[in-house]
Design a protein around this ligand. Structure first.
Ligand SMILES: Cc1cc2nc3c(=O)[nH]c(=O)nc-3n(C[C@H](O)[C@H](O)[C@H](O)COP(=O)(O)OP(=O)(O)OC[C@H]3O[C@@H](n4cnc5c(N)ncnc54)[C@H](O)[C@@H]3O)c2cc1C
Ligand code: FES
Length: 269
């Protein structure tokens, strides 16, 4: 079930430099959305900016959902200025969520930067369904960009921090930290972050024989499968095409489906 909803912004706070958490009152969404899905937000009335902006659900709670976002362009800056009480038009839930399978002994979440935004809801869902807390790698360029560590710990997760500059945790990349955790075929690894980080982390997971899913990002227009604005190269053919739509076929994919070599790693954050 998909909705086009007028939702009230309940909170919209800067939680780190240029990073915001918005909580919105959306009972219909919170009843139907699952971890890994996303919504399209209308960031302004009128024609500019014309396109909605895609955001995944950070938490899905009774009557509310939250999103965690980085203000980096016109749309997200407008979003960051919305005060509590503002009405926000939200389309969703969209896309496919994360698969959750309790036959895996270990679940390892690997996030890069703001890619963490999709994972608190996933960690909560894994704890609920599998009765085991995932291990969580939070990787970022620097200490001030590490988000949600306390939220994961409250869910019982063991958190490993990796920073490029060594200002918090270990001076490692996400993929190197995953190697240290020694994934094996009884693990499922969940990855979201910059493209290059997702590729290198997937390589480590696959070399260890672990199952690996990635949550991809792409520029989106319709969010609903119609415009083909969000296609990425795939390794498998679907309806004669070697392309998949991030909005409709994803955003969560088995990493073996993605043709990483064909991907434009320059589109990175
Ligand atoms: C399914 C999905 C879920 C997402 N969830 C989140 C989330 O939870 N939190 C969050 O902070 N961001 C998320 N994003 C990315 C977010 O949608 C973009 O950052 C946002 O649309 C940029 O809009 P803007 O107007 O601020 O920037 P623009 O002015 O449009 O662009 C500013 C910069 O951001 C880059 N950019 C634009 N759109 C995207 C995009 N879709 N992905 C990556 N980079 C982009 C541009 O290349 C440019 O460098 C998600 C994207 C997708 C596809
Ligand atoms: S955004 Fe239009 S097809 Fe995906």
């Amino acid at each position: 079930m998909r909705y086009l909803l007028e939702c009230e912004v309940v909170e919209n706070d800067e939680v780190a430099p240029e990073q915001f958490r918005m909580r919105i009152n959306a009972p219909e969404l919170s009843r139907t959305a699952i971890a890994g899905q996303f919504c399209m937000l209308q960031v302004a009335e009128g024609l500019s900016p014309f396109l909605r902006r895609p955001m995944c659900f950070e938490r899905i709670q009774r009557d509310h959902v939250s999103i965690l976002y980085k203000a980096e362009g016109e749309g997200t800056r407008l979003l960051s200025k919305m005060r509590p009480g503002t009405t926000l038009n939200v389309q969703g839930p969209l896309g496919n969520g994360f698969p959750i399978d309790d036959s895996f002994e270990r679940h390892i979440i690997v996030s890069g930067g703001i890619g963490v935004a999709t994972f608190p809801a996933l960690a909560e869902a894994i704890v609920r369904k599998c009765d085991v807390a995932p291990e969580v790698i939070l990787a970022a360029r620097s200490k001030h960009l590490i988000l949600c560590a306390d939220e994961f710990r409250e869910l019982g997760c063991k958190v490993y921090i990796a920073t490029d500059d060594g200002s918090a945790g270990e001076k490692l990349f996400a993929s190197q930290m995953l190697e240290k955790l020694r994934p094996n075929p009884s693990c499922r690894v969940y990855v979201c972050g910059p493209m290059i980080m997702m590729k290198t982390t997937s390589d480590v997971a696959m070399a260890a024989g672990a199952d690996c899913v990635v949550s991809l990002e792409a520029q989106m227009a319709c969010g609903d499968g119609a415009c083909l604005g969000c296609v990425v190269e795939s390794k498998s053919e679907k309806e004669g095409e070697k392309m998949v739509r991030v909005c409709l076929d994803g955003p969560v994919f088995d990493t073996t489906m993605i043709d990483w070599a064909a991907h434009n790693m320059a589109y990175d954050r």
